[in-house]
Design a protein around this ligand. Structure first.
Ligand code: MG
Length: 434
């Protein structure tokens, strides 16, 4: 059989959307009433369509727009060549581009992730294989996720803003409630675990002074017991001293402590002082940072994110590096819909080890852009799709409606500090607070 060129890209559609997001608190401030995502659709010359979803930012949308002319005509199977073309156009990201915020803003990794996932969706449809098979095949049929708790103000987000939808029931009602102290965090955890069946629990910290957040962890342990491993993520807002003091206190309760301090050196210092493993999605966030991470021992677990590490195949490379150097790999998340969740599930299914359930914001979202509605969790896990490609299809009516939300809401990038200042005038982000 002679070599045949693969399907070539005919069209690329970039659709920014705004999805309802509740008033969740974090180290950087407060979530806006809408979270932004960008949906990419690639169509081949024989009209096969592939989709992907990345965090929405005006600058990255513009770069994606610019990349269209470079990508039209490219063979979707030639991802190495596509990556080279994008690197030539946009340069490789520097570590400094990561910024101080708890989320990532680098250009190339986002663009390539968007293009790669959509191309792999097409590759799967052409070959009749799910994406997990293109990553080397399944190691598990179901991918476990962790409950992701947030301190929050009362409210639903979206047009309701801080208001309440009185007709909501079950988790939809619980999701609207405030969580500003340990008791309310425990109530949130009970409602979320009841709805989704999660079997491990993460608390987003860095919101209140550490004593209150540590008390919330102790309250969760008292409410859920040994069977539910706990994590807390202060988003690097603590000092080394604070991290060691409270890290020691939480040693009996935590399966890992995520980014208590800022920077690899501080993380290495805290790691030496604690028995609890340290995880990061802040101090080691790129391949360029791996050599120093290994040299000084900055963390035990890298929380990968295919949107930020440059796609699914780059995440497989990362898991190999983690295996080589005795690190674990788990997954970080931001507010997202079902296209990103499906991609995470394919990747999660292909990982050689699954020591820790993955992060997801999915329970906080109520919108969806895939046909058939929101993906289901059973006992905290999502079944790996067996259909070709991602296994999810775009709901174009929902996409158009969420694009209208984007236009109407006026947001163009995430800025949690500005949202927080609307509630607490004078509040400013601090890289280290306690
Ligand atoms: Mg984190």
């Amino acid at each position: 059989m002679s070599y045949q060129a693969g399907p070539c890209i005919k069209e690329i559609h970039i659709t920014p959307i705004a999805i309802v997001d509740p008033p969740l608190l974090n180290a950087a401030g407060l979530h806006a009433p809408y979270a932004l995502r960008t949906v990419l659709e690639i169509v081949t010359e024989d009209n096969i369509s592939g989709i992907s979803e990345i965090p929405g930012t005006k600058d990255i949308d513009a770069a994606l727009e610019e990349s269209k002319k470079l990508l039209i005509g490219q063979d979707v199977f030639q991802l190495n060549q596509i990556r080279h073309i994008l690197e030539q156009a946009f340069g490789t990201d520097s570590v400094a581009d990561r910024g101080l915020a708890p989320w990532d803003q680098r250009k190339l990794v986002h663009i390539f992730s968007a293009v790669e996932v959509a191309c792999m969706d097409i590759m799967g449809k052409v070959t009749g294989k799910p994406i997990v098979d293109l990553l080397g095949g399944k190691r598990r049929d179901r991918v476990p996720f962790s409950a992701y708790l947030f301190y929050k103000y009362e409210g639903a987000g979206g047009e309701l803003g801080f208001g309440l939808n009185p007709d909501a029931t079950g988790w939809d009602a619980a999701r609207q409630k405030s969580a500003l102290n340990p008791e309310e965090i425990v109530a949130q955890a009970k409602a979320m675990c009841k709805e989704f069946g999660f079997q491990s629990i993460k608390l987003k910290g860095g919101v209140f002074e550490p004593r209150q957040e540590v008390d919330a962890i102790i309250a969760l342990h008292q409410a859920f017991g040994e069977k539910y491993p706990l994590r807390i993520d202060p988003n690097a807002l603590w000092t080394v001293e604070t991290s060691i003091k409270y890290g020691k206190e939480m040693e009996p309760y935590l399966e890992y402590l995520e980014d208590p301090v800022r920077g690899q050196e501080n993380m290495a210092t805290v790691r030496k002082a604690l028995k609890t493993p340290l995880a990061t999605n802040m101090c080691t966030t790129s391949f360029a940072e791996i050599p120093n991470s290994i040299a000084i021992g900055a963390e035990d677990i890298i929380l990968s994110d295919h949107h930020f590490w440059g796609g699914l195949r780059a995440s497989m490379t990362l898991t190999g590096i983690c295996e080589t150097f005795g690190r674990d790999l788990s997954m970080h998340s931001n507010s997202h819909l079902g296209i990103s969740l499906a991609a995470m599930v394919h990747l999660g299914a292909a990982l050689p080890k699954m020591t820790y359930a993955l992060d997801t914001h999915y329970p906080w979202q109520s919108d969806e852009i895939i046909k058939g509605g929101r993906l289901k969790f059973e006992e905290g896990s999502v079944e790996v799709p067996s259909e070709p490609g991602l296994g999810v299809e775009l709901d174009r009516v929902a996409l158009a409606a969420l694009h209208q939300n984007y236009i109407a809401c006026g947001l163009t990038k995430r800025n949690d500090e500005i949202e927080m200042q609307k509630v607490n005038p004078g509040w400013t982000f601090k890289a280290v607070r306690w």
